[in-house]
Design a protein around this ligand. Structure first.
Ligand code: NAD
Length: 487
C-alpha cells in the first residue's frame, strides 16, 4: 500500500478514520495496483467536519487579511519545497506522467496560495461612498463554511484553487476530492496546518456521489464550489438552490480551437496537441473540436499525424513518458466506445484509436487518437469524451466557423490561431466561451479568471474575480444629522 495515508479524512487538524464508512480502494491507473484503502465519510464524519469548520471560521473571520495571507504564502513555500514528493503522489493518484506533475500540479497549487496570500492585504478592502453630509461604507465579509467538490483530473490543483480564495476571504472549507483521486487533498490539508493555519479551517473528507449531497444540503454550509461534469453540476446546483446557497460551477466542455489558413501551422499543431493530449486528454478546457481551414488541412494533418505518432506512451514514473493512462477502466471503455462511434459515423481515423501494446494491459491506456473529416453532427463532435481524442473538422469562412463553433450547449473555452491580429480579436469577441486564447491554448495562470458560460458553468476561479465568489458585501449607511421624519 505505497500511498496509504494515516487515515481517510483530515478534520480539525488531524487524520480521522471511521471504519463504518463504505470501504474503497485507490488504484494506480498505470498498473491497477491498489495504493491505498480508505473509507467514505459517514454522516457522523460529515457532521464532524462541518462542525469543526464552523467553529474555526468564527475566529478566522476576525484575523486580518494580511495575517491570513502570510499563512497561505508559507504553505506555497512548503508545497514548492516538496514538489517532487507531491508530484509523485499526484502521479500515483491520477496516472499522469511525472514529466507533467513535476511542473503542473503542486506548482499550480503553490501559485494559487502565493497569489491569494499576496493579494489578501489589498483585495478585501471596502468602499467609502460620500452622500453629501451622510456617507456609507462597504465591507467584504466571508460567507462562512464553504464546500469544495473536486474532479479527478487535477486533484491537488483543484484542492488549492478552491481553498486559497476561500481562506483569504475568511471562510473555512470542507473539501471532498473525487473518489478516484482521494490522496492529494489530504497532503494539502497537512501542509496548511504545518504553515500555521488554525485547525478546522481546511478539512478533507472522502466519498462519492452519495457523500456530496450530505455536504451540499447541510444547513451550515453557505457555498458550494464544484468541479465536475454537467450532469453533476445540474444536480448540485439544484440542491444548492433549494437552500439559496452560493454556487460556483466549473463544468465540462467541448471547446473549439480554430486554425486559420494564415496561422503558424507548427504552433497551431502544438496548441492542438497540448489541448487534446496533455493529462491524457482529461482536461475540461480542451480544444476537442479543432476547426482547420481547408487550405491548410492536408499540411496540418500530415504534420499532426507524425508528431502524434512520436508521443512516448509508457510508465508515468519514467521522466521520458509523455502520455500516461486514463483514470480507470470505465473511462478507458467509455473513450473506446466513442472511438468506435467516430468510425461508425464516418470520421476518418488518422492515427491511434486503440490500446497501445507497449504497456501493461492492467493499465488503462489509450493511444493518442486523431479523427479527420469530422462533421458537426457526429457524436464525437458533440459530446465531451474526456480522453486523448482529437476531432478535426474542416471550414471555409470566418462567419461559418464562428457559427459552428458556437453551436454547442457548452461554453468553457475557445482558441484561435491566426497571424492576423484583428481577425484574432474579432473572432474571440464572437465566440461564446469563458476563457479564450489567441495563438496558444490551455494556459491558465492564476492571475487570469477561469470559468465557463452556458452549460459549462458559472462563477470564476483564480484572479481577483474569485474574491467575489467567496465573500459578500455588507453596506453600512451612516447618517450624520437628525432623522427628518414627516410624521
Ligand atoms: P463528476 O461530475 O463525475 O464528479 C465530480 C465530483 O462530484 C466528484 O467528487 C463526485 O464524487 C461528485 N459528485 C457526483 N455526484 C454528486 C452529487 N449528486 N452531489 C454532490 N457531489 C457529487 O466529474 P468527474 O468525472 O470526476 O470529472 C470529469 C468532469 O469534470 C468533466 O466533465 C470535466 O470537464 C469536468 N471538469 C471541469 C473543470 C473546470 O474547471 N471547468 C475542471 C476539471 C474537470
Amino acid at each position: 500500500m505505497r500511498a496509504q495515508p494515516k487515515a481517510s479524512h483530515f478534520i480539525d487538524g488531524e487524520y480521522v478514520e471511521d471504519t463504518a464508512g463504505t470501504p474503497f480502494e485507490s488504484v494506480y491507473p498505470a498498473t491497477g495496483e491498489v495504493i491505498a484503502r480508505l473509507h467514505a465519510a459517514t454522516p457522523a464524519i460529515v457532521e464532524k467536519a462541518i462542525a469543526s469548520a464552523k467553529r474555526a471560521q468564527v475566529e478566522w473571520a476576525k484575523a486580518s487579511p494580511s495575517a491570513r495571507g502570510r499563512i497561505l504564502k508559507r504553505a506555497a513555500d512548503i508545497i514548492r519545497e516538496r514538489n517532487r514528493e507531491l508530484a509523485e503522489l499526484e502521479t500515483l493518484d491520477t496516472g499522469k506522467p511525472i514529466q507533467e506533475t513535476t511542473v503542473a500540479d503542486p506548482a499550480s497549487g503553490a501559485d494559487s496560495f502565493e497569489f491569494f496570500g499576496g493579494i489578501a492585504a489589498a483585495a478585501l478592502n471596502g468602499e467609502h461612498i460620500p452622500l453629501g453630509g451622510d456617507w456609507a461604507y462597504t465591507k467584504r465579509v466571508p460567507l462562512g463554511v464553504c464546500v469544495g467538490i473536486g474532479a479527478w483530473n487535477y486533484p491537488q490543483q483543484i484542492a488549492c484553487w478552491k481553498g486559497a480564495p476561500a481562506l483569504i476571504c475568511g471562510n473555512a472549507m470542507v473539501f471532498k476530492p473525487s473518489e478516484n483521486t482521494p490522496l492529494g487533498a489530504l497532503k494539502i490539508a497537512e501542509i496548511l496546518i504545518e504553515a500555521g493555519l488554525p485547525k478546522g479551517l481546511y478539512n478533507v473528507i472522502q466519498g462519492d456521489r452519495s457523500t456530496g449531497p450530505l455536504l451540499v444540503n447541510h444547513p451550515d454550509v453557505a457555498k458550494v464550489s464544484l468541479t465536475g461534469s454537467v450532469p453533476t453540476g445540474r444536480k448540485v446546483a439544484e440542491a444548492a438552490a433549494g437552500h439559496l446557497k452560493h454556487v460556483t460551477m466549473e463544468l465540462g466542455g467541448k471547446s473549439p480551437l480554430i486554425v486559420f489558413d494564415d496561422a503558424d501551422i507548427d504552433s497551431a499543431i502544438g496548441g492542438a496537441m497540448l489541448g487534446n493530449f496533455y493529462s491524457t486528454g482529461q482536461v475540461c478546457s480542451n480544444g476537442t473540436r479543432v476547426f482547420v481551414h481547408k487550405a491548410v488541412k492536408k499540411e496540418f494533418l500530415s504534420r499532426l499525424k507524425a508528431r502524434t505518432e512520436a508521443i512516448l506512451i509508457g510508465d508515468p514514473m519514467d521522466e521520458a513518458t509523455q502520455l500516461g493512462p486514463v483514470i480507470n477502466r470505465a473511462q478507458q471503455e467509455k473513450i473506446l466506445s466513442y472511438i468506435a462511434k467516430g468510425k461508425a459515423e464516418g470520421a476518418t481515423l488518422v492515427t491511434g484509436g486503440a490500446i497501445p501494446n507497449n504497456v501493461s494491459a492492467d493499465g488503462c491506456y489509450i493511444q493518442p487518437t486523431v479523427f479527420a473529416d469530422v462533421t458537426d453532427t457526429m457524436t464525437i463532435a458533440r459530446e465531451e469524451i474526456f480522453g486523448p481524442v482529437m476531432c478535426v473538422l474542416d471550414f471555409d469562412g470566418e462567419d461559418e466557423v464562428i457559427e459552428r463553433a458556437n453551436a454547442t450547449e457548452f461554453g468553457l473555452s475557445a482558441g484561435v490561431f491566426t497571424r492576423d491580429l484583428s481577425r484574432g480579436h474579432r473572432v474571440v469577441d464572437r465566440l461564446e466561451a469563458g476563457t479564450l486564447w489567441i495563438n496558444t491554448y490551455n494556459l491558465c495562470p492564476v492571475e487570469i479568471p477561469f470559468g465557463g458560460v452556458k452549460q459549462s458553468g458559472f462563477g470564476r476561479e483564480n484572479s481577483t474575480a474569485a474574491i467575489n465568489h467567496y465573500s459578500e458585501i455588507k453596506t453600512v449607511y451612516v447618517a450624520m444629522g437628525k432623522v427628518d421624519a414627516p410624521y
